[in-house]
Design a protein. Structure first.
Length: 256
């Protein structure tokens, strides 16, 4: 299938790309990001053995917006609807950062549609990250957004107004962040891989706690920062071999 398509999903024009062949693997980017900023380094590697369905969520990248806040629940509903339109009854789900929160919601809301789930650099409660992280949202302005994310977004839209809208909605979602219960995490019955870097935003102790709540949980703590282990654009460590090792590990997990 060709890349770069749109689907009318729950009232928005949702952008997605399909690469490769095999069992479907949905990629969900992080907050403020795009397919390229989050997955650009590893997408070609993943497409060698999976049918990769990379999406851009509400107000992000090429995808349109709706007159409603961003929520992880709505993002999960949007992806489920897209998969229905693509006639894909079941897929592996891989979410990074905020995309990991969405991946969790998909596994909870649509368990029949999820074969396996990868929860990367994500937390399920507010205590899973250093307290200063939450303090930073109180007076957040666009200047706090990493410049590389701003630049990549503007390459797509050329619209400072849309960029600011996305930023504001991302900030409001994090201000309103509510903990998932331990029972909610334990309701994810499919094989689930929790991944973080050892110097990531989520604390290692939190990753261990989350993995132990998952009935079929696995855990990987890799050397790196927030996404550097997968070559995420802002965190990429040029020349590092870790993203290649990460993909090999991911392929093995998804083959089980």
């Amino acid at each position: 299938m060709s890349t770069g398509k749109y689907a009318n999903v729950n009232g928005i024009q949702m952008y997605y790309e399909i690469h490769g062949a095999g069992h479907p693997l949905v990629l969900i980017h992080g907050g403020g990001s795009t397919i390229t900023t989050t997955f650009g380094a590893i997408l070609p590697l993943l497409a060698k053995s999976h049918m990769v369905i990379a999406v851009e969520m509400q107000a992000h990248g090429h995808t349109g917006d709706r007159d409603a806040p961003e929520t992880f629940e709505q993002d999960a509903d949007d992806i489920a609807e897209l998969l229905k339109q693509l006639n894909i009854p079941s897929a592996d789900i891989f979410g990074f950062s905020n995309g990991g929160n969405t991946a969790m919601e998909i596994a909870m809301r649509y368990p029949e549609m999820v074969s396996r789930v990868v929860i990367a650099s994500t937390f399920y409660n507010r205590s899973g990250v250093p307290p200063g992280f939450w303090d930073g949202f109180a007076g957040a302005t666009l200047s706090n957004m990493p410049q590389v994310y701003q630049d990549e977004y503007l390459k797509i839209t050329s619209s400072p107004e849309r960029l600011l809208n996305m930023f504001n909605k991302d900030v409001e979602r994090m201000k309103a962040f509510k903990d998932w219960s331990k029972e909610a995490i334990s309701s994810i019955k499919v094989p689930a891989l929790v991944v973080i870097g050892d110097k990531d935003l989520p604390l290692p102790e939190h990753a261990v706690e989350m993995y132990r709540l998952l009935p079929q949980g696995r855990l990987a703590i890799l050397p790196g920062t927030h996404g550097s282990y997968m070559g995420e654009l802002m965190s990429a460590d040029g020349g590092s071999k870790v993203p290649g090792y990460f993909v090999a590990m991911l392929d093995e997990f998804l083959a089980t």
